[in-house]
Design a protein around this ligand. Sequence first.
Ligand SMILES: [Zn+2]
Ligand SMILES: [Zn+2]
Length: 261
Amino acid sequence: MNAFRIVRIPILPLQMVNAHLLIGPNGCILVDAGIPGSEKKIELALAQERLTFTDIKLIVITHAHIDHAGSAAIVRERSGAPIVAHEGDAKHFTQEEAMTFCPTGWVARLYIKTPVMFRPYRAFAPDILLRGQETIDLSRFGIEGQVKPTPGHTAGSVSIELDRREALVGDLVASGILLGGIVRTGRAARPPFEDDPHAVARELDRLLASGVETFHIGHGGPLKAAEVERHVRSLLLLPPALEHKRCCGGSHSETLVHSAK
Ligand SMILES: [Zn+2]
Ligand SMILES: [Zn+2]
């Protein structure tokens, strides 16, 4: 019971972008796949654990942003493992539809001007698509926990909630500066983009109420419960989510759709 380990994969240095491995007795689960070209970093992290791509039994993509989904297609090819994701982001994985990018501050507005986030990545259709409130139990991998929908950062964001009071939450909360990481990695912050801060607050609150003490995240971290609690209170002071058009405009989104072909 609970004989599994969480290993952080440094996709970029200084914890700017993380993926994670859950290494259990029946193989391992990759949580997020990093930016395009991250397969070497993932392979290296596996090798350090004396594992190879074929030890990956499941790939969970927390949401469709390029820094989490960018190498999903190639990792699926190398590992043969199915990809799990949520239908809320389905048309973004296949790049049939542009993503919403609601900036949370000046860094994100800068990214929108130099649209690194909007580069196309290799499109893919998830093998297992969670619908609505559907969850996946991970006990068959020897990992006591579930993949659950946690919408807010994007409509299709999911998290892995572990029975041992830890969770891997993607970008539901971030830490650090600029894109994330670098310094202040133990202090919660909003990620550069966030669709609906109040929905995020609801999900984080639910995770805290369920007893999660450690949050593993895509940028910086991990974060302790007290820090996430402070962050939830600050999110609740924000105005409700803006309309898509007001928060993100459209030009970069069109770029994504066209260049994905
Ligand atoms: Zn994101
Ligand atoms: Zn991210």
